[in-house]
Design a protein around this ligand. Structure first.
Ligand code: NDP
Length: 332
């Protein structure tokens, strides 16, 4: 009999979540059935989209349930196998995160090659993070060669990938926004042509200074004043890939929309939202076109690591305080 230690949803947050919304529990796992594997998790992902799952609301992904274990992407080692597809010692990626041990059907696990890249890369740049950036730039926002691109949340996991991939895809100029002077420097070191600290205020004014010729493409991770700023500075036929709106996830009421949305008419803008789940078919293209650039170091990534299952809710809450650079993961 194996015991797992797992986080459950204790209560639903109103506004910004707190530690009280989470509870750590122990549970006995049943014996393995045919076709199943037992995984000891070593690394787990915390992501902004999990905030939406804490609400009892219909969405593209089902909400977490009170008193039920949380889920999310994780990496672990197979410690017992009743599947011909996996052997004890294999490293796998799967969706039973927020816990120490998990039993899952073999077809819900995917082998990863930690000789090619460190495990954390498979939760970030070589996983859904990198694919999200690629999909937003290509299928959703249709980035064109020569575009001036603006990327918000530029020092975060998706944003830092998006800016570098935009350069690889031929953007003439890439501008980023982030929340500290250190992050602004980091983003410039990644190869962004310019970047600004949105906490200095006047996002639209700062974007205008960084892009006097206007922008053609906006990768929106933040929403709110950032989306409004992009609309202010779009050239004709500008495009927004609406990836996220983290500035609004903890709002208690309905946020005010961009006050300048009507400019979308005169500028012939396209604002297109997306969720990665609808674009998984582009993974092979991403693996062929972008993953080699990660493996040869042309595209780099940062990981912020927090230690211990106990600290997982804390790591998640930090995403809303902006203490991470690059992908936030928890080492179990
Ligand atoms: P990040 O690594 O970017 O972490 C979150 C970052 O958001 C923080 O570091 C912080 O950086 C910034 N942030 C937090 N609060 C605010 C705020 N109020 N205003 C502006 N910035 C804020 O997370 P991800 O890269 O994983 O996700 C980025 C975005 O992409 C999120 O909106 C997420 O929901 C979305 N997403 C969407 C997917 C899809 O399928 N559509 C898939 C994956 C992610 P700073 O210090 O700069 O403020």
């Amino acid at each position: 009999m194996t015991t797992t230690t797992q986080w459950v949803l204790a209560s639903r947050p109103e506004g910004t979540p707190t530690a009280e919304n989470f509870r750590l529990e122990e549970a006995e796992l049943p014996a393995l059935e045919d076709g199943q594997i037992l995984v000891e998790n070593t690394l787990a992902s915390v992501d902004p989209y999990m905030r939406g799952r804490m609400n009892d609301a219909k969405s593209y992904i089902e909400p977490f349930q009170i008193d039920q274990p949380l889920t999310g992407t994780a990496i672990g080692t197979v410690t017992e196998s009743r599947s011909e597809h996996f052997q004890v010692g294999d490293t796998v990626r799967h969706f039973q995160g927020w816990r120490s041990h998990a039993i899952l059907p073999a077809d819900k696990a995917e082998a990863i090659d930690t000789n090619a890249a460190p495990a954390e890369a498979y939760l970030g740049i070589l996983g859904t993070t990198g694919l999200t950036a690629y999909v937003g730039l290509t299928a959703v926002g249709e980035l064109k060669e020569g575009d001036v691109a603006f990327i918000s949340g530029a020092a975060g996991a998706v944003g830092s990938a998006a800016g570098q991939i935009a350069k690889q895809l031929g953007a003439s100029r890439v501008i980023g926004s982030a929340g500290t002077p250190e992050k602004v420097e980091y983003v410039k070191d990644l190869g962004f042509d310019d970047a600004f600290n949105y906490k200095d205020g006047d996002v639209s004014g700062q974007l205008g200074k960084a892009a006097p010729e206007g922008i053609d493409f906006y990768f929106d991770n933040v929403g709110g004043d950032h989306l409004e700023a992009a609309i202010d500075h779009f050239n004709t036929f500008g495009r927004v890939a609406m990836c996220g709106a983290i500035s609004q996830y903890n709002d208690r009421g309905k946020a005010t929309g961009p006050r300048n949305l009507f400019q979308a008419v005169g500028k012939c803008l396209t604002l297109r939202g997306f969720v990665l789940g609808q674009y998984r078919h582009l993974d092979q293209e991403f693996q062929e076109r972008i993953a080699p650039l990660v493996l040869d170091g042309s595209i780099t990534y940062e990981t912020t690591v927090r230690e211990g299952l106990d600290n997982m809710p804390g790591a998640f809450l930090e995403l809303f305080e902006g203490t991470n650079t690059g992908k936030m993961v928890v080492k179990l």
